[in-house]
Design a protein around this ligand. Sequence first.
Ligand code: NAI
Ligand code: MG
Length: 349
Amino acid sequence: NTYRIAVIPGDGIGPEVVAEGLRVLRAVGGADAGFSLELEELPWGSAYYDRHGRMMPGDAIPTLRTFDSIYFGAVGRPDLPDDLTVWGLILPMRRELDLYVNLRPVRLYPGVPTPLRPEVGEPHFTFVRENTEGEYAGLGGRQGQGEYELAVQTGVFTRRGIQRVVEYAFSLAAPGSLVTSVTKSNALRHAFPLWDEVAAEVAARHPDVRFEKMHVDAVAYQLVKNPARFGVLVGSNLFGDILTDLGAGLQGSLGLAASANLCPGQRLALFEPVHGSAPDIAGQGKANPLGAVACAALMLAHLGEREAAGRIERAMEDVTRQQVFTPDLGGSCSTHEVGDALLAALERE
Ligand code: NAI
Ligand code: MG
């Protein structure tokens, strides 16, 4: 099998962490692995905008559809508004490719210092974030001036949109395990009662899986106090965005967190670290590449190359156990040195 991968390094630390992810991908792919990768770099992002006045070419979406997968870094540059950069690259890719699931596994890596006390147990859960509608639908506007200026931001929640994402969350849950639906139906009294209703209908079709609904504020609390209680969580775009950064905090660093943007049943999916372009550390070799590397493993698993994905996961564990850490984890290694350690760990296997 040969897989064609669109590589979009993007802005800031995006290219720095993607470079290490590509080294790892090249090391695990190849003739003796039983598959090969064609990695094609697409120079889209803020530098592309400087030259062309847009973040990606007009035929970007049909171009992406010709690939088996997309490997993305991050987008955003301090001198350009996010409304132009984020809304010009990552959000349209998610939406126009209908990648309605944003999947974020949260687990601890050996040797990584976490803010959790050992007695609360280890987090090992998967967050399923709705990725195409909800609070990030982009509807609303600003009106008036001065003291009377106001802004309205409208969320869009469709029965179909809720149903399919909750259904996917249940598909991940093993019999007897727990699915938690995250809403705020007491305060947001239109969208989330609909969400609760649809989630309960989906849950009724999966009697072998345990189900609960919980308000987002309570979930935030429980994630810190009792993270081991969760299995699969499913929530809206905004709640998922916030809670998965909390999850990254539990893991010990945003730099470790990985995500998949996917449309269940479809091969084409987009894999990206959870973090952004981190302009505060860009260009200094300080970025933690492990989130991007974990994305490479998620991507291979999604393509059906589970053995290669497992090799990457084991190499990551090897490296964290030896505490080959960038500064975000309290170490003094560079991005590239972590990549070197990963390649050495893969060699040793
Ligand atoms: P950020 O995730 O870029 O950075 C937050 C903090 O975490 C910073 O202190 C940064 O140094 C640190 N950090 C992030 N990734 C790290 C890594 N791999 N290793 C070590 N430290 C790391 O979030 P921020 O600062 O809110 O946003 C910066 C830009 O990125 C903005 O333009 C934002 O819109 C964009 N962004 C893009 C995303 C994407 O491409 N999907 C996601 C989130 C933000
Ligand atoms: Mg985020």
